[in-house]
Design a protein around this ligand. Structure first.
Ligand code: SF4
Length: 347
């Protein structure tokens, strides 16, 4: 009897990795999934915070994919190790702060290590040749296989027929004829295959949830680093960049102003780490002050917060400022006019 072969699948939560894993499962291979937690992809979390996203599923799409496939999913925290990938990408960044090529090399390399440690034979990804401008090009896909150390143990089932044969195909572990020849940016073949497999409720859009590909997010991250004079970050820093309106009225402090009730609740969780500002006389947003602020700065901050409260047209708004230790002070301020909110403050 031939040996039961095992493949580890990189599961992002998107359609492509779901289809790739199913394609290989259908060939009788035992598949388990790995999802790497960088801190920059927390889609379910963001939807859970914001009311406006209330119709989007509050789920972890990687877990959902694994459940749909009926496979085990290993979620691996790589927050610390990933910092070097993000800060020093050998192959540079994509359109924003996304170091896609280095990221893929890193993740496939980690998956290879995991496969060796756990007795798995090969690695699969949902990559499609020509689909992404940086990491999924004909000339960059071999770089991922080579620099990750996975070499020909890396199989891309969705476009394998467009690529040189890998060991799993050569050895007959999988049948190359039953793999696919997808290429380019069109999603039609993936949607047809999803239909064939009976998958209907998959994550949309296909681009995944990585905030590093987002322009506004990348601008905020760059501002955070510039304000600190170094490029260090912790998980809380990168989570907060996804929440609220961000203003930097002066180099020494930034305001994170909540936009709705869900964000209010989320920001309240940070009251022991930041100075918190809220309006008392009128309903208004919870705001975190990140940095240091003197008396004049606090007045300016309170005027900005008041601008976003229901007292925006009032002569005076009462504002409470609480420091990290819970020591409060009350300020009575005139809200800034819309025209006084300097566009250059917006991060
Ligand atoms: S989009 Fe984000 S997670 Fe995906 S390869 Fe690029 S940097 Fe990595």
């Amino acid at each position: 009897m031939s040996k039961q072969r095992k493949a580890v699948a990189l599961i992002s939560g998107g359609l492509d990795s779901l289809l790739a894993a199913q394609t290989i499962q259908q060939q009788g291979i035992h598949v388990e999934g790995i999802n790497f937690f960088t801190g920059f992809c927390v889609e379910g979390h963001t939807h859970a915070i914001r009311k406006k996203d209330k119709d989007k599923p509050k789920r972890n799409n990687a877990l959902w994919s694994a459940e749909t496939l009926g496979i085990k999913l290993h979620i691996i925290d790589i927050i610390e190790e990933y910092k070097d990938v993000l800060l020093n990408p050998k192959h540079g960044y994509g359109a924003n702060l996304n170091p896609c090529l280095d990221c893929k090399v890193f993740m496939v390399g980690k998956a290879k290590e995991w496969a060796v440690e756990n007795g798995f034979d090969f690695i699969i990804t949902g990559e499609v040749i020509g689909q992404r401008p940086m990491s999924q090009r004909r000339d960059t896909m071999p770089i991922i296989a080579e620099e990750s150390g996975a070499d020909d143990l890396l199989l891309r089932p969705l476009c394998a027929q467009n690529l040189p044969e890998t060991k799993p195909e050569r050895e007959g572990w999988v049948n190359r004829d039953l793999l696919h020849d997808f290429s380019g940016r069109t999603r039609k073949p993936q949607m047809a295959l999803a239909e064939e497999f009976g998958f209907t409720d998959y994550a949309q859009p296909a681009g995944g949830c990585c905030f590093l590909t987002d322009k506004a997010y990348s601008v905020k991250l760059t501002d955070l680093w510039a304000s600190r004079g170094n490029r260090e970050y912790e998980l809380d820093d990168i989570m907060l960049l996804k929440v609220g309106r961000h203003f930097r009225p002066k180099p020494n402090f930034k305001l994170i102003v909540s936009r709705e009730e869900g964000e209010n609740n989320f920001l309240k969780g940070y009251k022991k780490q930041f100075t918190t500002i809220k309006t008392i006389s009128h309903k208004g947003p919870i705001t975190l002050l990140d940095g240091t602020a003197d008396k004049d700065d606090l007045i300016l901050a309170a005027q900005i917060v008041a601008r976003f409260s229901q007292g925006r047209d009032a002569d005076k708004v009462e504002v409470e400022v609480a420091d990290k230790n819970g020591v409060t002070q009350l300020l009575s301020v005139k809200p800034l006019l819309a025209s006084e909110i300097n566009e250059a403050w917006r991060v």
